[in-house]
Design a protein around this ligand. Structure first.
Ligand code: TXA
Ligand code: MG
Length: 319
C-alpha cells in the first residue's frame, strides 16, 4: 500500500468513510484514526500498529455535546469536560451500547476525548461518526509528534497521513476517571493533578503498581527507544558508562566530556517546551549510533510529571 502525506481533509474523509485508517494530528501526538463505530475499521487500527487486542482505544469527538451519545456522563466528569475540552484530557466513562466492544477491547468503560487541533476539528465536524485513535506508532515504540514520524513507523500499512505540523503539547493526554470521593489518574499528561483537583474539588489518586493495569496500555514497557536508556544522577551514570558513546537528555543543563552529546530539552527551563521536545529528541538520538541514553529526573510540577512518567517507561530495565 502506498502511504501519502498531505493536508487534504477531503481525501482523509474519503478514506475514513471507506472504513480505511488515516493518521491525524492532535495537540498531543498523532493518532491512527478509524471509524470507532465500525468493527472492520477498528480491526485495521489494531493490525497496522500490531497492537494487542486487549488494549482499548480512545474515542475522539468534535465537542463535549457528543459525549452522551457514547457514554454516561456524571456531574463531576461534565465539569472536567467543560473546563478542559477541547484539550489534552481523556475521560474514562461508563460506555453506552452505541460503542462496539472491539473499540473498548470488551471493557464496559470508554475513553473519550476532544482533540484541540484545527484540522482534526474540521475533519470531525465533517463526518458522522467518532474516530477511534491510538497514538500512530507501532505498538511499543515512541509516539509520533510529526507526520514524518508516523511515516517512518507505518508507511506501507496505511493509505494517508493528514499533516497538521508538529504537535504542540508533545506527550499523550491525561487519562482520568471520576469516582464518588476521588479522581483516579490513569495517565499523566497535558492536564496536571492540580488542575483536576481545582475544577473537581476531589483529591487525585494514582493507581498502585498493578501486574495487570486497569488501563492496559500503561504496561511499563512502552514509549521505548531502541537505544538503552538509564535514568538517575547523570554525573554518576556517566562514570558507570564511561567507555560508551553517550547521549544525555536533560532539562536545561549542558553536560560535556569525552564521547558525550548533550540534548537539553529546554535551554530556558520551560517544562512545556521540554515535553514538546521529548519524543522527537528520543527519536533523533535513536537514529544516531549511541550506545546509551542517560536521563535526568525532571521537576515534578505541571507537565513535568508526564515527562518523568514517559522517560520512566523508556528505561532499559522495562524492555
Ligand atoms: O493524546 C492521546 O491520548 C493520543 C491522541 C492520539 O489522542 N492517544 C493515545 O492513545 O495516546 P493510546 O491508545 O496510545 O493510549 C490510550 C491509553 C492506553 O493506555 C489504553 O489502554 C487506555 O488509554 N484506554 C483506552 N480506552 C480505555 C478503556 N476503555 N479502559 C481503560 N483504558 C483505556
Ligand atoms: Mg500509545
Amino acid at each position: 500500500m502506498q502511504t501519502i502525506i498531505g493536508t487534504d481533509i477531503q481525501e482523509a474523509i474519503r478514506f475514513l468513510e471507506q472504513n480505511e485508517v488515516v493518521a491525524i494530528p492532535t495537540e498531543t501526538v498523532y493518532g491512527l484514526a478509524g471509524n470507532a463505530l465500525n468493527d472492520s475499521s477498528v480491526a485495521k487500527i489494531y493490525a497496522a500498529k500490531n497492537r494487542p487486542a486487549f488494549n482499548p482505544l480512545i474515542i475522539h469527538i468534535s465537542g463535549i455535546d457528543q459525549i452522551t451519545k457514547y457514554a454516561e456522563l456524571d456531574e463531576i466528569s461534565a465539569k472536567l469536560a467543560s473546563a478542559f475540552m477541547p484539550g489534552p484530557l481523556t475521560l474514562l466513562l461508563p460506555k453506552k451500547s452505541t460503542v462496539p466492544d472491539i473499540t473498548t477491547a470488551g471493557s464496559s468503560k470508554v475513553a473519550i476525548r476532544v482533540p484541540n487541533h484545527s484540522l482534526t476539528q474540521s475533519l470531525l465536524k465533517s463526518i458522522s461518526f467518532p474516530l477511534a485513535a491510538p497514538s500512530a506508532n507501532p505498538s511499543g515504540y515512541i509516539s509520533p509528534t510529526m507526520a514524518t514520524h508516523v511515516y517512518q513507523g507505518l508507511h506501507g500499512k496505511i493509505p494517508y497521513i493528514l499533516d497538521g505540523g508538529p504537535t504542540t503539547v508533545g506527550v499523550e493526554s491525561t487519562i482520568a476517571e471520576v469516582y464518588s470521593d476521588h479522581i483516579l489518574l490513569h495517565r499523566t499528561g497535558g492536564i496536571d493533578e492540580l488542575q483536576l483537583e481545582a475544577v473537581s474539588g476531589l483529591p487525585v489518586r494514582i493507581p498502585q503498581d498493578e501486574a495487570v493495569p486497569e488501563t492496559p496500555g500503561q504496561l511499563k514497557s512502552h514509549y521505548a527507544p531502541n537505544t538503552p536508556l538509564y535514568r538517575g544522577d547523570v554525573e554518576r551514570l556517566i562514570q558507570e558508562h564511561n567507555d560508551k558513546k553517550i547521549a544525555i537528555i536533560s532539562f536545561s543543563k549542558m553536560y560535556s566530556g569525552k564521547n558525550i552529546t548533550s540534548y537539553p530539552l529546554s535551554t530556558n527551563g520551560s517544562l512545556p517546551e521540554a515535553a514538546n521536545q521529548l519524543f522527537a529528541t528520543l527519536r533523533k538520538i535513536d537514529d544516531l549510533a549511541f550506545d546509551v541514553i542517560l536521563a535526568e529526573y525532571f521537576p515534578t510540577e505541571g507537565i513535568g510529571a508526564a515527562i518523568n512518567d514517559r522517560i520512566g517507561r523508556a528505561q532499559a530495565e522495562y524492555r
